[in-house]
Ligand binder design. Structure first.
Ligand code: SAH
Length: 222
């Protein structure tokens, strides 16, 4: 392989525009969602080692053995959440904070929970750099939700639960929407739960995804 084979072509702006076009052709068509992706510099959320690959449609490793989600999945999940400008959103699994930043541009308030203190602190610093002031962070076990702030209009889970996330569904408003990867093992089903206003949910499968698992408790390491 010749040196430089891996160096991507184009300026970051050109590569971002290309990524947005690719997402649109794959079905992420909501102009608000595409606009939020366009406005959010993903290279701020990726580690130095992978920075060059920030505009590829791929999940990438971040600290603590976790991953920053693939842009297409971020777009798909955000679109499925059908956010409104007044929405109060709960996100479980802050990770790099990239998905959080996208949500914050489309919702009134975003509450986000992460079980690694290091990731939480790094994400907070990025929100400050971008001037995103409508994000409230918490270090804790997101599996428990955020009872003090419930109920939420929307909930997004960015780590895979073994089964239906009942405790989180209980913190959703009757006509709210929750999107989560559900299933054991490396491949899960992305599920959209839409409240029917009477305490039940209409479920829709949005396809197969690969997320890191939703683990219990907070991480003992940093
Ligand atoms: N949306 C993130 C994805 C991060 S990967 C991004 O694009 O960067 C999923 C994250 O969920 C990891 O950071 C992991 O530590 C976190 N996580 C897993 N189980 C959790 C739990 N019970 N509570 C809070 N965060 C959790």
């Amino acid at each position: 392989m010749a040196a430089g084979d891996d160096v991507p072509e184009g300026t970051p702006a050109e590569r971002l525009a290309k990524l947005v076009l690719a997402l649109r052709s794959q079905g992420v068509t909501d102009p608000g969602v595409l606009g939020a992706i366009e406005k959010t510099p993903r290279d701020l959320f990726t580690p130095e080692l992978f920075r060059e690959r920030s505009w590829e449609d791929q999940a990438l490793p971040i600290a603590c053995g976790q991953t920053i989600s693939q842009p297409f999945i971020v777009g798909l999940m955000t679109q499925a959440l059908t956010l409104e400008p007044r929405s109060r959103v709960l996100e479980i699994g802050t990770g790099s904070g990239y998905q959080t930043a996208i949500l914050s541009r489309l919702a009134r308030l975003v509450y986000t929970v992460e079980r690694y203190r290091t990731l939480m602190k790094e994400a907070e610093a990025r929100f400050a750099v971008l001037g995103l002031t409508n994000i409230i962070t918490r270090f804790g076990d997101g599996g428990e939700g955020w009872a003090e702030q419930a109920p939420f209009d929307r909930i997004m889970v960015t780590a895979a639960a073994d089964e239906e996330p009942k405790r989180l569904l209980a913190q959703l408003k009757p006509s709210g929407v929750l999107v989560a990867p559900v299933g054991r093992g490396p491949v899960q089903t992305l599920i959209r739960y839409a409240g029917d206003g009477k305490g039940g949910f209409v479920q829709e499968s949005l396809g197969e995804v690969r997320f890191v698992p939703l683990l219990e408790g907070t991480a003992k390491e940093l």
